[in-house]
Design a protein around this ligand. Structure first.
Ligand code: PMP
Ligand code: GLN
Length: 382
């Protein structure tokens, strides 16, 4: 028996699985894969049991349960001032990962080019390649990883189908500002270039910054898929519930893929989230303060270390430069941190098409204050 060649020959197991497995094997504090070590709101958790006991255990409608679609529409109106039609512009998905895959699969034709910004979240490029597209990577530069709009303009060709935007940005924590939005509007106006906004960290922006959703700008929204994740916002990453908003013509194509990738997402989780969104509309506005406090706690505890850093502008990640400690490449350094120091982190080079000239690791600070202190104590000792 001969198996066919790999559809993704360059791809191994995702770094999140590799590092979390190593953390568990060596008993290290896991600041690698991004997930909280605390629970979501009790009232939300209880609603899941409530709906299961009431018998909400069969398939929900393919685009999502009506109460959750309505709650998402309310949320988008509340935060970004756009009134959406839940029937034609919102789809609930099994996490943002599914939404990203569906959006890319619905729009990328063989030979199309898709612009990405490196370091880029690791699910984008494989989804593009599986659809016969070509990722075109633009390198963002440390330490602050700003957009270089001249470089973006220069990367555009007649084959450019899509640009994937991610703000707040994983893994760097960079947040795009109003000027970036203006530049993007100017760049795409009058073209047929589509946009995919990965907004999973939309509510984690610090120090008075604002998240600029494409939903607030007509020129952008008419060509956009905007993706988010309840996993990040409600501390429930294991539930894998996300959604995509897009204008009706794009949503129609998006749902053609969604209906055959997963068809739908567990009913009791959708119903519980719908109840909680309605019950606690302030949650999204309070999350930034909650995570800013965690960022400050971690950064303060790390002041005594030999790592160098600028506090993150958004997300629940903090990049740290270890060049004063070691000359090892970041993958080897993360292995050392996990196995010897007892703290797991993510190497940044794995998010880059070309190995970057930097020594940076990513720590997740979505952890209890005690966990962050314990980790910092170990990291300050090296
Ligand atoms: N995009 C980014 C930038 C992420 O960090 C993540 C990680 N959780 C996802 C998408 C995937 O989100 P989900 O867990 O909802 O699939
Ligand atoms: N988004 C999370 C991170 O960046 C991990 C998600 C996953 O494990 N697939 O760490």
């Amino acid at each position: 028996m001969h198996y066919p060649a790999s559809r993704l020959p360059q791809i191994g197991t995702t770094i999140f699985t590799v590092m979390s497995r190593m953390a568990s094997e060596y008993g290290a504090i896991n600041l690698s894969q991004g997930f909280p070590d605390f629970n979501g709101p009790q009232a939300l958790l209880e609603r899941v049991g409530y709906h299961i006991a009431r018998g909400a255990n069969q398939y929900p409608p393919m685009p999502g349960v009506p109460s959750l679609l309505a709650a998402i529409a309310d949320k988008v109106e509340r935060h970004y001032g756009r009134s959406l039609n839940p029937e034609t512009e919102i789809t609930v998905t099994s996490g943002a990962t599914e939404a990203l895959f569906d959006a890319i699969s619905s729009m990328v034709f063989p030979g199309d080019e898709v612009i990405l910004f490196d370091p880029a979240y690791d699910s984008y490029a494989p989804a593009i390649e599986l659809n016969g597209g070509r990722p075109v990577s633009i390198q963002l530069k440390p330490p602050l990883f700003p957009m270089d709009w001249d470089q973006v303009r220069a990367a555009i060709t007649p084959r450019t189908r899509l640009i994937i935007f991610n703000s707040p940005h994983n893994p760097t924590g960079a947040v795009r500002d109003a000027d970036d939005i203006e530049q993007l509007i100017r760049l795409v106006a009058g073209t047929d270039i589509l946009l995919l906004a990965d907004d999973v960290y939309e509510h984690m922006v610090f120090d008075g910054r604002q998240h600029h959703s494409f939903a607030s700008h007509e020129v952008l929204f008419e060509r956009s898929f905007v993706v988010s994740s309840f996993g990040k916002t409600y501390h429930t990453t294991g539930w894998k519930v996300g959604y995509c908003i897009a204008p009706p013509a794009l949503t129609t194509e998006f749902r053609k893929i969604h209906q055959y990738v997963t068809f739908t997402t567990p009913t009791p989780l959708q119903l519980a989230l719908a109840d909680y969104l309605q019950q606690a509309p302030q949650h999204g506005f309070e999350l930034a303060g909650f995570y800013q406090q965690k960022r400050d706690h971690f950064c303060e505890a790390m002041q005594a270390s030999r790592f160098r850093f600028t506090p993150s502008a958004g997300t629940y990640f903090q990049l740290m430069d270890y060049s004063a400690i070691s000359e090892q490449p970041d993958t080897a350094f993360c292995e050392y941190l996990t196995k010897t120091v007892g703290v797991a982190a993510i190497p940044v080079s794995v998010f880059c098409h070309q190995p970057p000239d930097m020594r940076l690791v990513r720590f997740c600070f979505a952890k209890s204050d005690q966990t962050l202190l314990q980790a910092a104590e170990k990291l300050c000792a090296i």
